[in-house]
Ligand binder design. Structure first.
Ligand code: MRU
Length: 330
């Protein structure tokens, strides 16, 4: 089985490169300033790369974990360390389950990678039908090629709608700045018109009629359609409701977790205080201040206009519709 190659991609960005004896990960902590790959030769190194945000975004984490199992030769220790890397994105646990059942580990990891790319392209095709010509599309976090095996989920839909002359409003995404650093970078790389704003400008832009719709990704979708995604997504969904704007979620079926009844049961990662008190070597908050840093929030299904999956769009998602798409594919 061949290593992953640039020719199988629909974006110039290659976040994950499989080289049979090693995994090369584009170090997303350094973007947009520096384009440098980190080489992992063990499952421990892949788990550390996931934990440290070298690779991030739900589908990309799942793909990286699958290759981590290959490097760890399928030993129980490999599964254990990878499962502990990050808690919220269910794609990680979904990929590990698939690997557990596989007979040929490398073939399965490559299948997970390629299926994700195919799912992204199909979501792009289906989602593009929902985006009007010249729409001004607000998005949050990074959901592009960097967050997947290539192309992207929400940003993939935007990428697939390029012919319609749409423009992107990228929210900065405090505190880790995935929007400012990564989404803006992907858009600039590909000539997708993009305007960067800070998160607290979203309501103002909507109230001035400068946004036509919102589209985001997801890290885990509960059985009832509640969506866990990057912190700040819930606020956007409430604002979109207030301004009567469509609020779409683009996510592959690997992001659905039918074992979780509703969003209140989704584990939410709490990250370090240093991400809130400053950035890089700069610190702006006083030492000793108490800090909270939940990395994700939950948007109730009732605020979601539709979930775009590779099997179809679930309009006004509920338990029954989600069960239907997961089990029958209709
Ligand atoms: O903390 P991150 O950067 O891994 O969070 C990523 C997100 O929240 C994305 O919006 C989500 O994974 C969907 S993208 C494909």
């Amino acid at each position: 089985m061949a290593a992953t190659s640039a020719s199988s991609r629909s974006s110039r960005v290659e976040p994950i490169r499989w080289k049979r004896d090693r995994l090369e990960l584009l170090d997303q902590r350094l973007l947009p300033g520096k384009k440098k790959y980190l080489t992992c030769r063990t499952a421990d190194q892949v788990a550390k790369a996931i934990r440290d945000m070298v690779v991030r975004g739900a589908p990309a984490i799942g793909c990286a974990a699958a290759f981590g199992v290959v490097l760890g030769k399928g030993k129980p220790k490999a599964y254990e360390v990878l499962a502990k890397s990050r808690p919220t994105a269910v794609n990680l646990f979904w990929a590990l389950e698939r690997m557990r059942k596989a007979t040929n580990l490398e073939a399965e990891a490559l299948a997970i990678f390629r299926e994700d790319l195919a799912a992204n392209r199909e979501m792009g095709r289906l989602g593009a039908e929902l985006i009007p010509d010249r729409a001004r599309v607000m998005t949050h976090c990074n959901t592009g090629a960097l967050a997947t095996s290539g192309h992207g989920t929400a940003l993939g839909v935007i990428r697939s709608s390029k012919g319609k002359k749409i423009s992107v409003i990228a929210n900065e995404t405090r505190p880790y700045l995935q929007g400012a650093r990564l989404t803006a970078w992907e858009c600039v790389q590909e000539g997708i018109p993009c305007t960067l704003i800070t998160d607290n400008m979203a309501g103002h832009m909507m109230s001035r009629g400068e946004v036509d719709l919102v589209i985001v990704g997801a890290d885990r979708i509960a059985a009832n359609g509640d969506v866990a995604n990057k912190i700040g997504t819930y606020t956007l969904a409430v604002l979109a409701k207030r301004h009567n704007l469509p609020f779409y979620v683009a996510a592959p079926l690997s992001t659905f977790d039918p074992t979780i009844a509703d969003g209140s049961k989704i584990p939410i990662e709490e990250r370090g205080a240093d991400e809130v008190t400053g950035y890089g070597s700069t610190r702006w908050a006083p030492r000793g201040v108490k800090v909270r840093n939940p990395a994700f929030d939950v948007t109730p299904a009732e605020l979601v206009t539709g979930i775009i999956t590779e099997r179809g769009v679930i309009m006004h998602p509920d338990r029954q519709k989600i069960q239907g798409i997961i089990s029958t594919g209709v």
